[in-house]
Design a protein around this ligand. Structure first.
Ligand SMILES: NC(=O)C1=CN([C@@H]2O[C@H](COP(=O)(O)OP(=O)(O)OC[C@H]3O[C@@H](n4cnc5c(N)ncnc54)[C@H](OP(=O)(O)O)[C@@H]3O)[C@@H](O)[C@H]2O)C=CC1
Ligand SMILES: O=CC(=O)O
Length: 323
């Protein structure tokens, strides 16, 4: 008998065909509305595996299942997983590392460029027909090349960002992790710093840590105050890693030059959010990994993880806490 799996969001046809070869399955095919939690609990009652992206996987959900062996998210971040609950119910949590690294690094570089050279702001200005006879200095920003990039969270994606920065833009690299990365230090002439020192030294501060209890609000009012008035903050990690109210205040007071954000405390960003009124921001809709090719690869990888887990194997991308 094939295992039974439930997929809580639409998936591409070729991924569905792969799943159909190995499993009996059902899919929540409504892309406009998330499956309600009570419905999800019912659907998962007899499932051996599930694909659940952007849904909390917590004690309540897992307690409602009888056969579940693996949950799979189409993302590398797995902050929606309650890891203690996964361990308690013997359910593997899986994610999609590596396949998206270059794609996310490309977007982050776009955010770095826009933040320094004011691309989003000037784009709005030209489109509004406001390009008049101002001196060039009205449009000045800051150089990216030969400046200092500070990475908070030098992991898989951080390394790809640094590669672009060091070899493409000849930037100096400083980073902050809990552990040192001697090989990367050698390859990129990178220097590990304590967080506060990084914040005061870097021209471009990129936040790329996972969201955990330790990293929630890692960048708050005090940390923002340490940054140079010419510095740009780029958040590609998760919204709650940065205190958004403190960031809005810093941008309003111009205590930092600008911010480029792909992630927010609340997504989608509420229509009356104060960030929307600021000129010195570049905002993208949590789109870091979303190119067609990378999305397809992530979907496939997540499906393989789910099928492996549902079939009683150890999936290839089990989260590190369960390895
Ligand atoms: N915007 C988007 O679309 C995307 C966002 N992301 C986000 O990016 C995150 C990072 O992804 P990825 O690079 O693959 O993850 P990795 O686990 O490879 O890298 C994360 C790095 O953060 C460091 N880190 C973890 N906790 C702390 C801490 N408390 N203080 C300082 N450093 C810390 C880790 O080093 P150490 O353990 O030594 O501290 C590690 O090197 C994801 O978790 C996700 O939230 C990912 C993809 C797309
Ligand atoms: O935010 C995206 C991810 O893959 O994590």
């Amino acid at each position: 008998m094939k295992p039974y799996v439930y997929i809580a969001h639409p998936i591409p046809e070729h991924v569905e065909s792969y799943i159909a070869e190995h499993c009996d399955y059902n899919i929540w095919n409504d892309s406009n509305e998330k499956i309600p939690k009570e419905r999800l609990k019912e659907e998962l009652k007899n499932a051996d595996g599930a694909m659940l992206t952007g849904q909390p996987v917590d004690e309540e959900l897992l307690a409602a299942t009888e056969n579940l062996k693996a949950v799979s998210t189409v993302s590398v971040g797995y902050d929606r997983y309650d890891i203690d609950a996964l361990k308690k119910y013997n359910v593997y949590g899986t994610h999609t590392p590596y396949v998206l690294d270059d794609t996310v690094a490309d977007l982050i570089f776009g955010l770095i460029l826009s933040g320094g050279r004011r691309i989003a702001e000037l784009h709005e200005y030209v489109k509004a027909g406001e390009w008049g006879v101002e001196p060039d200095s009205a449009f000045y920003g800051y150089d990216i090349h030969h400046s200092t990039l500070g990475i908070i969270g030098m992991g898989r994606i951080g390394e790809k960002i640094v590669q672009r920065a060091r070899f493409g833009f000849e930037m100096d690299i400083v980073y902050h992790n809990r552990s040192r990365k001697p090989e990367l230090e050698e390859t990129f002439d990178a220097v590990r710093l304590e967080l506060n020192e990084l914040l005061s030294r870097a021209d471009f501060v990129v936040v790329m840590v996972p969201l955990t209890d330790e990293t929630k609000q890692l960048i708050g009012e005090e940390e923002l105050r340490l940054m140079k008035s010419s510095a740009v903050l780029i958040n590609g990690a998760r919204g709650p890693v940065v205190d958004e109210n403190a960031l809005v205040a810093a941008l309003q007071e111009k205590s930092i030059f600008s911010a480029s954000l792909d992630v927010f405390e609340q997504e989608p960003l509420p229509k009356d959010h104060p960030l929307l009124d600021l000129p010195n921001v570049t905002l993208t809709p949590h789109i870091g990994s979303a190119t067609q090719k990378t999305d397809e690869e992530m979907m496939m990888r997540a499906a393989v993880n789910m099928v492996e887990g549902a079939s009683g194997q150890t999936p290839q991308d089990v989260i590190k806490e369960q390895r």
